[in-house]
Design a protein around this ligand. Structure first.
Ligand SMILES: [Zn+2]
Length: 392
């Protein structure tokens, strides 16, 4: 293994595993970081042994760290980045990130811009990176058209006339319910506090951090769902994606309390935007199709009726299939023929989950209570570093 070393007096950066000071790294991560609070030393040692680690040193003492998990080809995950507080504000962290991305990962990603951005609501810093993934927008030779139906239970069904793929994401519900539960607990605690008191202020801050994190988790899922949609479209040799336009549903048509609540959980506008730019990078175009009656019309006999539950069964002809597949084929039907119900439903139905969905570990998993979260572990540690994820 080639050891990478850089010097910027009086500091130096090295990937030499022998120079790493496990005690110093553990002291920071276990006691000062919020993301690895309470981590056991042997667990950390094992993680370090299987990662590419960068140490920042001053006069032999370790004052900073970054750890990369990578296959050195297409994937790199950076975490546990920190610089001890007396050494912050000198651009050391940016230098460290430059070294990380330059050293062994040059072929993975070319870095165009690094910046440390303060997330006011989450009250912490995150790294924003602009990286080049080396992919040119393609002149896509395919001629197929695939339709996408964005739904509530299954975030998307993608397909042409032969084959539909239902993309599911159970983590969404897990995250949604967990968030609601934590929020309720916090609101209850908040209602018992005196207005304007220090405790109340702290709890309110904890609540906005919690909401900010929830939004980030949801955005992560939306990115991965849209990536899965594009992967299916590429697999089906599409050069055009048509998406059901649900804008008017969200714009105030009353569908009953429960449905309204469900509809608000996925940000379909955002997913549509993610699909659009990812499609363009693959050389595909995206068009919107009006969604009226697409879930109601039978693709077998064109009669219209409201489906109940997840299965669509036609009362006229007895035809039966997955409910979201009906939406998908009718969107395709409206696009290609101008009407719904003119295309037969695809007979091959596949299921897939978005690639690499991350199950979030929260601080509560370390045994801390919500109240402990509200107290926080000190602003400095929150500011020390952020995690990042690459989206292609
Ligand atoms: Zn029918």
């Amino acid at each position: 293994m080639i050891i990478f070393e850089r010097e910027r007096a009086p500091y130096s950066i090295s990937t030499d595993p022998a120079r790493l000071d496990l005690d110093a790294i553990h002291a920071f991560l276990a006691h000062e970081s919020y993301w690895a609070a309470g981590i056991a030393k042997n667990v950390l040692a094992r993680g370090i042994a299987h990662s590419l680690c960068f140490g920042v040193y001053r006069a032999g003492a370790q004052i900073g760290f970054a750890r990369v998990i990578s296959d050195y080809a297409t994937y790199a995950y950076l975490n546990d980045v920190y610089i001890l507080s007396p050494h912050r504000g000198q651009g050391l962290a940016s230098w460290l990130i430059e070294c990380v991305l330059g050293a062994h990962l040059r072929d993975v990603l070319r870095i165009l811009e690094v910046c440390l951005v303060y997330d006011r609501r989450a009250r912490r810093y995150t790294w924003h990176l602009v990286v080049e993934n080396g992919r040119e927008p393609k002149a896509w030779p395919g001629t197929n058209v695939v339709a996408v139906d964005l739904g509530e239970i299954h975030p998307a069904v993608v397909g042409d006339g032969q084959q539909a793929t239902s993309i599911s994401c159970r983590e969404r519900r897990h995250e949604q319910q967990g968030h609601a539960k934590r929020l309720a607990k916090l609101s209850k605690a908040l209602s018992r506090k005196q207005k304007g008191s220090r405790r109340e202020r702290r709890l309110k801050q904890a609540r906005s951090r919690m909401r900010a994190k929830h939004r980030r988790v949801m955005r992560d899922m939306e990115h991965k769902i849209s990536r899965a949609v594009i992967d299916v479209a590429v697999g089906q040799q599409a050069n055009r994606i048509v998406i059901g336009d649900v804008r008017d549903i969200a714009d105030g048509v009353k569908l009953g309390k429960q449905h309204n609540q469900q509809s608000s959980q996925w940000n379909h506008g955002q997913i549509r935007r993610y699909i659009t730019y990812k499609a363009e990078a693959e050389g595909m175009s995206v068009e919107l199709v009006e969604e009226h009656y697409t879930t109601q019309t039978c693709p077998n006999c064109s009669k219209r009726h409201k489906p109940r539950g997840r299965k669509y069964t036609c009362g006229q002809c007895g035809f039966s299939t997955h409910r979201d597949v009906v939406g998908q084929i009718n969107i395709l039907s409206r696009y290609t023929t101008g009407q719904v119900g003119c295309l037969r439903a695809p007979t091959i139905i596949k299921h897939r989950i978005p690639h690499n969905l991350r199950v979030m570990r929260r601080r509560r998993d370390t045994g801390q209570s919500v109240m402990a979260v509200a107290r926080g572990t000190g602003r400095q540690s929150r500011e020390a570093a952020g995690l990042m994820n690459f989206y292609y």
